[in-house]
Write a protein that binds this ligand. Structure first.
Ligand SMILES: Nc1nc2c(c(=O)[nH]1)N[C@H]1C(S)=C(S)[C@@H](COP(=O)(O)O)O[C@H]1N2
Ligand SMILES: [Mo]
Length: 297
């Protein structure tokens, strides 16, 4: 498998141009007093470079090293792509990806992204709200959770031929978390199709949760009344919970979650204090009122 990272975007459109363009858009939108500012969901922190974002990855289907996904994910065939929708939903079926997402408004969302391993990035995704898709599919009254599964294709995903993970990679959200406007399905990154190593052709992004919740290469979406099994919880339940909300006050049993290493912040790295809910508390803290987040981690 020979994969050459496609750096064309960064060749023709340096990061500064991207940032300038964003300022232009934000300024024009403010001037026009646009009522629907997509920018309201985005951080104004500078995004990491496309090279950082697409060369330092976790994607165990391609190996355990941070460089494995960039080395091997180029061999994954992401078209055609179909997604099974089942469970407590009005319109179940096996959908071609294009049909599934037709009509969903694609927005840019610049999100902080915090891995449970205590590193972080800022990523300019393009995607649409999961709520829009779920409303189109029609969620039935008894549904309480949304479960997701990643593709299983060991011929193209060499990490699936061994290791301790029981494939497929699985994740899930409570329905109210799935319907929160911050929760998106991403199809693009830096204005181009999402690189394979970042989860092409479609992946979840839940910015207030540890990165492992943001499942890549989704082939199944199920609406259920049972809390779904999730990959890291299955492997190490005392270390990785179902909720996995970013929380600097609840340490991982083997390391602190109080601060994070900012990828791309220079040779000696930048560190910053980790924020509750990764800084998205205004939008999501209400989802967890009355819960003991040290118990429900
Ligand atoms: N299918 C699948 N999705 C996955 C993973 C994985 O191994 N397989 N790793 C998770 C983890 S631990 C993180 S931190 C993020 C990394 O996303 P990135 O490589 O785009 O930064 O993807 C998440 N989604
Ligand atoms: Mo992670």
């Amino acid at each position: 498998m020979s994969y050459k990272p496609d750096l064309r975007w960064s060749d023709v459109t340096p990061r500064q141009l991207f940032l300038n363009r964003r300022q232009l858009i934000a300024g024009a939108a403010a001037f026009a007093a646009s009522p629907a500012l997509a920018a309201g969901f985005s951080t104004d922190e500078a995004p990491n470079s496309l090279e950082d974002i697409s060369s330092y990855n976790n994607y165990y289907e391609f190996g355990y090293d941070k460089s494995d996904p960039a080395s091997y994910a180029g061999g994954l065939k992401t078209s055609p792509w179909s997604v099974v929708v089942d469970g407590l939903v009005d319109k179940p079926g096996t959908y071609d990806l294009g049909d599934l997402i037709a009509g969903q408004p694609i927005e840019e969302r610049i999100y902080r992204f915090r891995c449970v391993e205590a590193w972080s990035m800022v990523v300019p995704w393009q995607g649409f709200q999961l709520s829009g898709l779920l409303n189109k599919l029609g969620v039935k009254p008894g549904a309480k959770y949304v479960a997701f599964e990643t593709l299983v294709r060991p011929e193209e995903m060499p990490g699936q031929t061994g290791g301790s993970i029981e494939w497929p990679y699985r994740e899930g959200l409570r329905l109210d978390e799935a319907m929160n406007p911050l929760t998106i399905l991403a199809t693009g990154l830096y204005d181009q199709p999402i690189p394979n190593q970042n989860g092409a052709p479609i992946r979840l992004v839940v910015p207030w949760k540890y990165g492992f919740k943001s499942i890549k290469a989704i082939v199944k979406i199920s609406l259920t009344d049972q809390k779904p099994q999730t990959t890291w919880n299955m492997l190490q339940p005392n270390e990785y919970g179902f909720y996995a909300n970013v929380n600097p006050t609840v340490d991982h049993p083997r390391w602190s979650q109080a601060s994070e290493r900012m990828i791309g912040a220079g040779l000696f790295g930048g560190r910053k204090d980790t924020l509750m809910f990764n800084g998205y508390g205004d939008e999501v803290a209400g989802l967890y009122s009355g819960m003991d987040l040290a118990q429900e981690y």
